[in-house]
Design a protein around this ligand. Structure first.
Ligand SMILES: [Zn+2]
Length: 281
């Protein structure tokens, strides 16, 4: 049973439109009935989930203790919620729900080109980052902010934009907002094709952050790429007492399948996957 307060919050996040919300409430709808009419919809930007700075590692430990988590870069770009209403009707919205479609005709084209077969409609959350194609370098946000807002023609664009896709909220009419982040990520990978300099999946492109945190796991032979190790933190009395590694073979092993540590490898007792550490030679 959804409480009324939770339902109103959820309805407003999914469809931030006061008129619709008030109308639905005036009709005397209960929590469930409210969500039947005020729900995530193509062409209406959802309230975005925003990043919050942390006061320090103890706060992080408190929030993530016992939970599974992922670590990624925070990019200095422009947040973009992309609504593929149909393949010929794509809209780009800012973090403040402004329509930025005219500012980013190049992004519309990239999405059009990179959508996977079978995807007719979807909502994708992403960060648009200025990107220099020749040097493959990320440019500061200021570079992007010099772009005009209207009547932009693709041929005249001098600053390339790379789309860092990190979430999806709807696919082919199916809302995904109540699914786990992990489920949505897996879904996202099947919706948009990763394309060099245009579309990057997972914010940790090239695994730089993963490597910096020593979380790198070479799963090339099993999964075709380098992945971040998946961790679960055990927190006792505000202190991290243990960080356990989960099996990254999500096709066979459910979350919470932990790996055994050996000197030179991690071993999964369930799917028998063995991940060896790279040795320095
Ligand atoms: Zn396994």
């Amino acid at each position: 049973m959804v409480t009324m307060e939770a339902a109103v919050r959820q309805a407003y996040c999914e469809m931030p439109n006061i008129d619709n919300l008030v109308n639905a409430l005036m009709e005397g709808r209960d929590g469930k009935g409210l969500l039947e009419v005020c729900h995530i919809s193509l062409g209406i930007p959802v309230k975005p989930m925003l990043a919050k700075p942390s006061k320090g590692i103890s706060e992080v430990a408190e929030r993530l203790g016992g939970k599974r988590f992922t670590g990624e870069w925070k990019y200095d770009g422009e947040r973009a919620q992309i609504h593929v209403i149909s393949r010929d009707n794509i809209k780009v919205y800012s973090r403040n729900s402004e329509n930025m479609t005219e500012k980013y005709p190049d992004v519309v084209k990239v999405v059009q080109d990179c959508l996977c077969e079978g995807v007719e409609s979807c909502i994708i959350d992403s960060e648009l980052v200025a990107f220099e194609q020749e040097t493959r370098k990320i440019l500061p946000f200021q570079v992007l902010s010099t772009r005009g807002r209207k009547n932009i023609v693709v041929e005249d664009i001098k600053i390339n934009v790379c789309l860092f896709a990190f979430d999806c909220m709807l696919c082919n009419g199916q809302p995904l907002v109540t699914e786990t982040l992990e489920f949505r990520r897996d879904k996202l990978w099947t919706m948009l094709k990763e394309t060099e300099g245009k579309v990057t999946m997972l914010a940790d492109a090239g695994c730089q952050l993963t490597k910096a945190l020593d979380m790198e796991l070479d799963a090339a032979d099993k999964l075709g790429n380098v992945r971040s190790k998946r961790y679960a933190m055990i927190v006792d009395d505000g202190k991290i007492t243990k960080v356990r590694k989960e099996c990254p073979n999500t096709r066979q092993c459910a979350p919470g399948t932990f790996m055994a540590n050996h000197i030179d490898r991690h071993y999964c007792g369930k799917c028998h996957a063995t991940y060896c550490f790279k040795k320095d030679e």
